[in-house]
Design a binder for this molecule. Structure first.
Ligand code: NAD
Length: 508
């Protein structure tokens, strides 16, 4: 393995400054495409979590941050969006060398999404109903009643490695928009872009409003979830860890939102335009080497067009070019780590043993110039049945399961037969048929004739074990506020307060 000697070091980001970990220890972040050392990052501890939470607490409790006018905070969100645009190249580079996402995707999509997210929430912040007046109550007496929405306080954001920068922004943007402060714990494979983001955001927010503590999930993540001065936990990651976090958060009854795993069904109807449905379905599963939570990993195809569809899928898949994510010609980069590669390869073996037919891919690949990288061929299994392990468990790699069906109701039934409910899709030329299927699918987002199309003004989140709560859109602002009912009596005379007689009946 070649080691890059100019490797960057990243301390923790606490209270607007770079700070060493109390352990003084660092951990290595490797480039999954080359196996080379990409950076060294501070190994945070429970004491560092406490330091970051205290900074966030102070910024929330003892500064004017939470009381700023919506207009001023909206301007701050715009300023953050300009900062992201100004640092786009560096952010994209840090993201690519740690996550293995292609610069073509990060530069042309992720950065634009992040800029648009902060600008969308800047607009929503101006319109947000921070105070609503209720009509005069029918009984017991006249009063002014308001509903106020207030920030929750100190938020902890725990994020995964697959889509690190955008997912961090899904939490940071609404938290700041509503006047909270935040401590982010990024995944250890991919902390670089989040650390850089915190630095550039801190150019426009007061110290302590955004903090990042890097380190292990068990030490840093759990310390954040348990911390009594953290008011909310926003987690994106696996359902297994989500379950653990929900349990830990119960100790202090923390407001918790969870964005978890998926095994999303994609149904091609008989009348679909295959010239779009086939590339669209592959876009839905192989983008970022299948490492998106809402990837369409189970493809349901009717008997009548099954062979034709499989032939088309294999032909299109054979054109995908694996390579270094920094090369703009690369279609698919590596998977995140050797461990993840081994997990995916073991699922591929399981698929074979379960009796599915491997029609393309299935092996690891040596990419010239990236010999130490973790590449896997885009893989398609046919003759999969929905009860197989490869159709039920989240593989989180470039593996498509094609499942045959004979009527649409059967396809919908299999589509919903999973513990997950994050996303789903249907391909057809008939919009009425599409809506009928959409109504029956149990998923937080359903695409008709498309995939991966998320919008910053629309909510995203899961049904069933894919999560609790929604990110993005106006719903995300609600997730970072709590509601206070304020009652002001308009009855100054004791004698008119006849409802006090409920207690003082004998004095009447
Ligand atoms: P993961 O659950 O292993 O880790 C996610 C984060 O949690 C990391 O920062 C990790 O360090 C931390 N963590 C691990 N153990 C912890 C613990 N005991 N306490 C607190 N924090 C802990 O997930 P991953 O492997 O990084 O990401 C892949 C998973 O994320 C997949 O299951 C994928 O479906 C899911 N995901 C979901 C969405 C969504 O929006 N629903 C988006 C992206 C990824």
């Amino acid at each position: 393995m070649t080691v890059n000697v100019d490797v960057q070091s990243f301390p923790l980001f606490i209270n607007g400054k770079w700070e060493h970990s109390s352990s003084q220890e660092m951990f290595d972040v490797f480039n999954p495409a080359t196996g080379q050392l990409a950076a060294r990052v501070a190994k945070g501890t429970e004491a560092d979590v406490d330091r970051a939470v205290q900074a966030a607490r102070l910024a929330f409790d003892q500064t004017e941050w939470k009381n700023m006018r919506p207009k001023d905070r909206s301007n701050i969100l715009y300023a953050i969006s300009y900062q992201i645009a100004a640092h786009a190249e560096e952010l994209a580079y840090l993201e690519a060398i740690s996550s293995g996402g292609t610069v073509r995707r990060i530069g042309n999509s992720d950065i634009l999404q992040m800029v648009d997210l902060f600008q969308t929430l800047a607009k929503f912040t101006l319109e947000y109903p921070f105070s609503e007046t209720l009509p005069v109550p029918p009984f017991p007496g006249p009063a002014h009643n308001f509903i106020w929405r207030e920030p929750i306080g100190v938020c902890a954001a725990i994020t995964p490695w697959n889509y690190p920068m955008v997912i961090a922004c899904w939490k940071i943007a609404p938290a700041l928009a509503m006047g909270n402060t935040i401590v982010v714990k990024p995944a250890s494979y991919t902390p670089l872009s989040t650390l850089k983001l915190a630095e550039i955001i801190s150019n426009v927010v007061p110290p302590g409003v955004i903090n990042v503590v890097t380190g292990s999930g068990v030490e840093v993540g759990e310390a954040l979830v348990r911390h009594p001065k953290v008011d909310k936990v926003a987690f994106t990651g696996s359902t297994e860890v989500g379950r653990r976090i929900m349990g830990l958060a119960a100790g202090t009854i923390k407001n918790t939102t969870l964005e978890l795993g998926g095994k999303s069904p994609n149904i091609i109807l008989e009348d679909a335009d295959l010239s779009i449905a086939l590339p669209g379905s592959l876009f839905g599963v192989f983008l970022h080497s299948g490492q998106f939570c809402e990837s369409g990993t189970r493809l349901f195809v009717p008997d009548s067009i099954y062979d034709q569809a499989v032939q088309g899928l294999v032909a299109l898949t054979s054109k995908l070019k694996l390579g270094n994510p920094l090369d703009t010609k690369t279609d698919m980069g590596p998977v995140i780590s050797k461990k993840q590669k081994d997990t995916i390869l073991s699922y591929i073996e399981t698929g074979k043993q379960e009796g599915a037919t491997l029609v393309c891919g299935g092996k690891e690949v040596q990419v010239p110039g990236c010999e130490e990288g973790h590449f896997i061929e885009p893989t398609i299994f046919t003759n999969v049945t929905n009860d197989m392990k490869i159709a039920q468990e989240e593989i989180f790699g470039p593996v498509l399961c094609v499942i045959r069906y004979s009527n649409v109701e059967e396809a919908i039934c299999m589509a919903n037969d999973t513990i997950y409910g994050l996303a789903a899709g249907v391909w057809t030329r008939d919009v009425n048929k599409a809506y009928d299927v959409v109504r029956k699918l149990q998923a937080g987002v359903v695409w008709i004739n498309d995939w991966h199309m998320l919008r910053n003004d629309a909510p995203f989140g899961g049904y069933k074990q894919s999560g609790i709560g929604r990110e993005m859109g106006k719903h995300s602002l609600d997730a970072y506020t709590q509601v206070k009912h304020v009652h002001t009596s308009m009855v100054p005379e004791l004698e008119r307060r006849n409802w006090y007689g409920i207690l003082f009946g004998q004095n009447e």
